[in-house]
Design a protein around this ligand. Sequence first.
Ligand code: MN
Length: 259
Amino acid sequence: MRILITNDDGIFAPGLWTLVKELKNIAQVVVVAPDREQSATGTAVTLRQPLRVQRVRPLVAEIETYSVEGTPADSVILALGKLVKSKVDLVVSGINQGPNLGDDVLISGTVGAALQGYLRGFPAFAISVAAVDSVYLDNAARLAVLLAKKIDSNSLPTNILLNVNLPNLSLVKIKGAKITRLASGSYTNTVEERFDGKREYYWVVRQKIDTDTDEKTDIWAIEQGNISITPLHTNLLNKSSPSIPDSLCSDLLQELQKT
Ligand code: MN
């Protein structure tokens, strides 16, 4: 199995390399990621500037690693179109440090990168830990391994785009895993007025607003201490697509606890 890994926190973000360390045990891994923090760039693609790419020294030995002067979506387009010559079986974006829930998937660079994989016909998932100062990156990396194995063994449909979020909790405190839908609501829609000593300016701040957080939503699942797995193809892009079986979740946490 060959896995393309990218992110939006930048090529040296700890979440990305935690993911690489685990996924390299089950697959050949190639990293193509933005050269700097690109959070909240969504699906943006660079059309009016050259895309420069550098082969860089990986933080995990012997991983083919490219740094892209561009967005997360650029990175995946470049990787799948040019840089990775061999067949790719899966695109994984993350591990993002911070939640990607509800309407915020539309501005998430993590999800935007996974989307480019999906649109090109590759199974893809975005994976995030729901705290900006995420501590429990290892849980997410091991969950990514489980999901990758399920995709590789065809126990999940291959035409999928999953948005996976984990609560920032130790494994024993995670309650379960839920297949969810996106909540209608955003954490990123509040603007503050600030003053820099000379002039006023505005700053977009992350603050939770009221959402439709019924028990089917991703935000509900995370707030209750669950892993949230949202199949985006069914409720964002509305393509005819297979559903994800509930049985995925019934044993996922048990499997994770065994790893
Ligand atoms: Mn990010």
